[in-house]
Design a protein around this ligand. Structure first.
Ligand SMILES: [Zn+2]
Length: 226
């Protein structure tokens, strides 16, 4: 089945592409050998703050902690959190930004933090072949939170086109597109329920009506999440 590239028919999409390339550029700063993630917060087409995944300033990778998944996860500050921390540390107001993330799905902890900055849109791009199964449960919660908070989001796969000599971006609307490389884990039992849920989250309510009133909560949940 022919897959339609995105970013080819609108000026707005050219800007999206620029910021995704910017996030990808910052992802290359990460010294994590397996998962390089970059993020950029943009307002009125101006990048306000950037970040990538890694240990906090001054934290030492003694003895190859970065290549030990368990140790790495305990210490890593995610790219989106680094953006928010960098903004806070430097007095940069990031309320109402478009948020671009390249390299991995946004986990639910980061999604909660990002929602607190009242983003106007979230774009996530996965490199071709990037395995995401270990983060899918967190990703499902992230998508639910975007929807409850009425924040639009788009998920893309990046592909290399030999003929064009450039990357193109495919909108992910089916869980099979997300889980191409590990779908075997998801075809039975619990996995089938997850696939069904992801399909709903990606295709049915990816776009939703603005202006609906949701209950407001405090108690640590992001504004608009209920
Ligand atoms: Zn995260």
């Amino acid at each position: 089945m022919a897959r339609q590239p995105v970013f080819e028919n609108a000026l707005r999409n050219q800007w999206d592409r620029k910021w995704i390339v910017t996030a990808e550029h910052y992802s290359e700063f990460s010294y994590d050998p397996s998962t390089k993630v970059g993020a950029v917060f943009v307002k009125d087409d101006i990048p306000l703050v950037q970040g990538y995944n890694g240990f906090a300033r001054g934290v030492i990778d003694s003895g190859g902690l970065i290549v030990d998944r368990k140790e790495k996860i305990l210490r890593t500050v995610h790219a989106e959190i680094n953006c928010i921390c960098n903004a806070a540390a430097n007095g940069i107001r990031i309320q109402g930004c478009k948020v671009y993330l390249y390299g991995m799905l946004m986990c639910s902890q980061c999604a909660g933090a990002v929602l607190q900055t009242k983003p106007t849109h979230i774009t996530v791009v996965l490199p071709d072949g990037k395995r995401v199964a270990k983060w899918v449960d967190s990703f499902i919660v992230s998508c639910e939170m975007y929807q409850q908070a009425r924040v639009e989001y788009d998920i893309y796969r990046q592909h290399w086109s030999e003929s064009a000599g450039s990357y193109w971006y495919e909108s992910v609307t089916n869980p099979e597109d997300l889980l191409d490389y590990e779908e075997a884990e998801y075809v039975d039992g619990e996995g089938r329920d997850r696939l069904f849920l992801i399909r709903q989250l990606l295709s049915q309510t990816r776009r939703f009506q603005k202006g609906l009133q949701g209950p407001f909560v405090s108690c640590g949940l992001p504004e608009g999440t209920f």
